[in-house]
Design a protein around this ligand. Structure first.
Ligand code: SF4
Length: 350
């Protein structure tokens, strides 16, 4: 493999030039791309509309690599955590979450993360590297296969909410969305894709200007800069007023309602005063709010809010403020597949 290139990491132009240098027509690149990204073949041999000689040439100069499912674990509530081993041995995790008639894949965008949110298990891994677009798409393809095998149904939704901050890996994440949604790729509707961010204002605006039309979720967790600084350190760089500006811009450009994710922590952000601040934050643009039950992670002092506080908090937003609120009881707890828990417990490279 030494001098061979991973064919899914060369650009269309590079592939076209390569083909021309071998005396082939440029349009063959399009055919190859379809085999790779739409039909998901594993070998050049399968590219049956190409001549044998060009298939052999391709095999000499390139290779096809796909992220391998190295293990799966199913929790009591049927959530399935999937570990993927990448070409360089790193491991990332994705999760298949069945809920009602939905089958959602939660996928990773980085190996580890550098943002250090205090409630998050991924943060403890530190940052290893960004995922390439193909490694992000592979998670969807494999989780979809598991969905079909287990539930006889394809994925209905995809959320970029696994390991890593997607907007810190902006270019590759955007490219992965294009492969997921485009006709030459998997053709999944953009409406079914949500990117979840802790809120990097410049990148949110940039994303609004792309023609992706995907949904945006903000992991807010505190609608007060002092509190948010404590649990989401990057908030010091992108404080709430900047975030509000960016989200307003996103809404104006896309017309897409913002999802606000809010994990309730005991005696930290679960009072009615906190709910009122959240309500004020939400007045800036159309939102729906997901209130999430916390799964304590090792090394964090934060605890799950009591049920009573959770009920009061939710009722306040729903009844007094009239906000759409969903309560997300955490899923996959027994296998560490719940929100903020992906940390390669079994596979963490030492
Ligand atoms: S919550 Fe997201 S951004 Fe924060 S450390 Fe975890 S993975 Fe990174």
């Amino acid at each position: 493999m030494e001098n061979k290139k991973n064919i899914r990491r060369v650009t269309t132009q590079e592939l076209e030039s390569y083909l021309e240098s071998k005396g082939e027509k440029k349009f063959r690149a399009k055919q190859i791309i379809e085999w790779l990204w739409q039909k998901q073949v594993a070998t050049f041999e399968e590219m049956t509309n190409l001549s044998k000689s060009i298939r052999e040439e391709l095999n000499t100069d390139f290779y096809i690599h796909r992220a391998q499912v190295s293990s799966t674990q199913t929790s009591n509530d049927k959530t399935i955590k999937v570990a993927f081993t990448l070409e360089d041995g790193h491991v990332v995790e994705g999760v298949l979450i069945p809920s009602g008639d939905r089958l959602t894949a939660c996928i990773s965008s980085q190996v580890g993360c550098k943002l250090g949110c205090t409630f998050c298990a991924t943060a403890s891994l530190g940052f290893q590297r960004d995922l390439y677009p193909d490694e992000i798409v592979d998670q969807v393809v494999e989780i979809d296969k598991i969905a079909n095998k287990t539930y006889d149904q394809s994925l209905t939704n995809i959320v970029y909410m696994g390991m890593g901050e997607p907007l810190m890996n902006y270019d590759y994440v955007v490219e992965s969305v294009r492969w997921l949604t485009s006709e030459k790729g998997l053709g999944i509707s953009h409406k079914r894709i949500t990117l979840s961010t802790v809120g990097l204002d410049e990148q949110i605006k940039k994303l609004a200007d792309e023609d992706l039309k995907i949904n945006l979720a903000l992991s807010l967790h505190a609608a007060d800069d002092d509190k948010r600084n404590e649990i989401v350190p990057v908030n010091k760089r992108y404080p709430l007023p900047k975030l509000i500006d960016a989200l307003k811009y996103f809404y104006e450009k896309t017309g897409s309602r913002i999802t606000i994710e809010y994990i309730l922590f005991k005696n930290f952000n679960d009072s009615l005063d906190d709910a009122s601040k959240l309500a004020t934050f939400c007045k800036n643009f159309p939102v729906k709010v997901n209130i999430i039950e916390y799964n304590p992670v090792e090394g964090s002092t934060l605890e799950r809010a009591d049920d009573k506080e959770m009920e009061q908090f939710v009722e306040f937003l729903r009844e007094k403020i009239n906000i759409i609120v969903n309560v997300r009881r955490s899923r996959g707890k027994d296998i560490d597949a719940a929100c903020g828990q992906l940390a390669n417990k079994l596979h963490h490279k030492k």
